[in-house]
Write a protein that binds this ligand. Sequence first.
Ligand code: ATP
Ligand code: MG
Length: 327
Amino acid sequence: MKRILTGLKPSGELTLGSLIGGIKQSILYQDKYDSFIFVPDLHAITVPQDTVLLKERIKKNVALYLACGIDPNKNTIYIQSENLYHTNLSWILECHTYMGEASRMTQYKDKTSKGEIVSVGLFTYPILMAADILLYDTLYVPVGIDQKQHVELARDLATRFNNKYGDTFIVPEPLIPKIGAKIMDLQNPTKKMSKSDGDTKGSILLLDNEDVIRKKIMSAVTDSDNKVYYDMENKPGISNLLTIYSALSNKTIKEVEELFKEYNYGNLKKEVANIVVATLMDIQKKYQEYLNSEIIEEILNNGNKKASEIAKTKYEIVAKKIGLGRF
Ligand code: ATP
Ligand code: MG
């Protein structure tokens, strides 16, 4: 069966962007493919983290995956740092990556171009992401548009390795959602909604309460033209609201445009707030049930066991091919 894999960094509270661009995609494909979803905690520490919050978020995020509709019977769910083969393979891949290609990765480029001091981990994390993907013979990687470049690096590294040592890795493909590949910040709709940029006024967190959600959506930045239609370039704020509605209602953008074409911005925002609240209240109710149950431990123990076995087999094949140890 073809394998699909995804992960959402516990670097901040999961947002509506995480749900629409990440988790929802995995749910869409969990019946069709052998699905892996993990908590990439090693990726979170590429930037400084509060150690207590990080630990809490790892479990919280698993509860959120489940509450959003990730079915534990159809998914292998595990924590990255508990499986040492991720970092082992990452090192091997680092030794097959050129400085030039790693330097072209956008996150590193963006941060350093702003003069921020970054860790070596932030520089090499796309290679760790390649290891996350290649360890499991993953064919499909559902990602938002911001991660497409990293899946392309994984493809390049897989192809390079296969050419040098013989067929070893499956060359993965990114799966970019048709709607919601980039949910924008509500306060700055030309910027991606992100969970780790400090100010959360423009991000809807999956665990925000109803009042906060409504306030954030009602104060979303729009334009002064007061006509509802989709035009990402000239009307990014309104287009973002239409995209959110479309993704959560499973209607096309055209259908949503038609539905709201006579609405003023205030009424459109109310409708968007209603569907976001309905979606997130349902998730939050299930989240509390999962968080208070023993099931997460059991799911992670099973998931980790299965993932480690697959990773071990793959790692030993790789190590043998390149002459490491006594394999
Ligand atoms: P960070 O700011 O810490 O990088 P993030 O919000 O970008 O956090 P990630 O864990 O890096 O989240 O990404 C997890 C997945 O969710 C990726 O596939 C990413 O493309 C997707 N994703 C994240 N934010 C959005 C968004 N605003 N719109 C669509 N997809 C998103
Ligand atoms: Mg990100």
